[in-house]
Write a protein that binds this ligand. Structure first.
Ligand code: SF4
Ligand code: SF4
Length: 317
């Protein structure tokens, strides 16, 4: 049976495709484990490349939105090369550039078109993690890829790192003609929560015990194709709350807000104030409402979509 196209609402800003939860590094601050989430605890089932290609090609994306391959480490998913050659969208990649990944491997691809688009930022974003990988080795390898793909190095601005080290990395990157950017540290360090969040108590690491209405404009898709409502649901593996699977015959994204009882365990990615895909600052992925209990009860009782839409509009006003 022919599967339906999957249309994303026009204001959606990001599609994160988590090809694998496996990674060659073990960063102690890895965001996938915040609040005790189990995302990387054991190897998750993975779709095969043909399932990803079919599913991703069914997505109808808003103008200017790529799919972003990430993980874990997306290059540890062997089928990534097949996906890059056969997906019709532009593709960004978040990686720590595992060893043995070199210029020749990229040049063996039938096309690099997936990487060709005008952006104010590198579309392959390589992260340097102090104590886990070596910035000199990374910068030398990035320099060899610079003329064939859009690529840059991201330095995690961790509160424990000396500013002098950043200057050293910057000098080395400049010498090699490699773009270097800083990445904000998010989460708890030494008793303090770092990051700028629209909803401060959303990332406290424990359920606040309030029932909220939440609407997300990013789409995290897990290694087995599960389409989650938010990053917290992905990292905690809350499949029962998922929107569906990219291999489903049809899949629709909610236009309105959804009920959530996990407020307080939100992922920093979803509630931080950041730039959108145009690099305009002030965007936050989720819109969270705190309606009174009566409005929530009415919403739960709503039996059909029209009725639910009306109630959601009421809850918003
Ligand atoms: S490289 Fe990224 S995914 Fe891997 S452990 Fe470090 S922070 Fe986590
Ligand atoms: S309130 Fe937090 S945990 Fe709940 S759906 Fe929204 S982002 Fe996810």
């Amino acid at each position: 049976m022919r599967k339906h196209m999957i249309r994303l609402p026009g204001d959606y800003d990001y599609v994160g495709v988590y090809l694998t939860n496996v990674c060659h590094l073990s960063c102690p601050y890895c965001i996938t484990g915040h609040h005790g989430a189990s995302y990387r605890a054991e190897r998750l089932r993975q779709l095969i490349p043909s399932q990803w290609i079919e599913g991703l090609n069914r997505l109808e994306l808003p103008e200017g939105i790529p799919v972003t391959l990430q993980g874990g480490e997306p290059f540890l998913y062997k089928g990534i090369w097949e996906i890059l050659e056969n997906v019709r969208h532009k593709v960004d990649i978040l990686t720590a550039l595992p060893p043995l990944l070199d210029r020749e491997r990229f040049l063996r691809l039938k096309t690099l078109d997936w990487n060709k688009r005008e952006t104010p930022y590198p579309t392959i974003r390589v992260s340097y993690h102090k104590g886990q990988n070596d910035y000199k080795e990374l910068i030398r390898r990035l320099a060899e890829l610079n003329d064939i793909v859009s690529i840059g190095l991201y330095y995690l601005d961790h509160p424990a790192y000396e500013q002098e080290e950043y200057q050293e990395v910057k000098r080395f990157a400049d010498e090699h003609g490699v773009e270097l950017r800083k990445k904000e540290f998010l989460g708890l360090w030494d008793g303090k929560i770092y990051g700028t969040f629209l909803y401060e108590d959303a990332v406290l690491g424990q359920r606040k015990g309030v029932r909220v209405l939440c609407r997300n404009t990013v789409v995290p898709i897990g290694p087995d194709g599960t389409v989650y409502r938010c990053h917290s649901d992905l990292y905690f593996g809350r499949r029962a709350l998922a929107l569906g699977n990219i291999t489903d015959e049809s899949l629709e994204f909610p236009r309105g807000h959804l009920i959530c009882d996990n407020y307080g365990l939100c992922s920093e990615c979803d509630v931080k104030v950041k730039t959108n895909h145009h690099q305009i600052y002030g965007y936050t992925s989720v819109d969270i409402r705190f309606p009174d209990r009566g409005a929530i009860r009415e919403l739960q009782e709503a039996k059909n979509t029209d009725n639910q839409g009306r109630l959601l509009r009421n809850a918003r006003s």
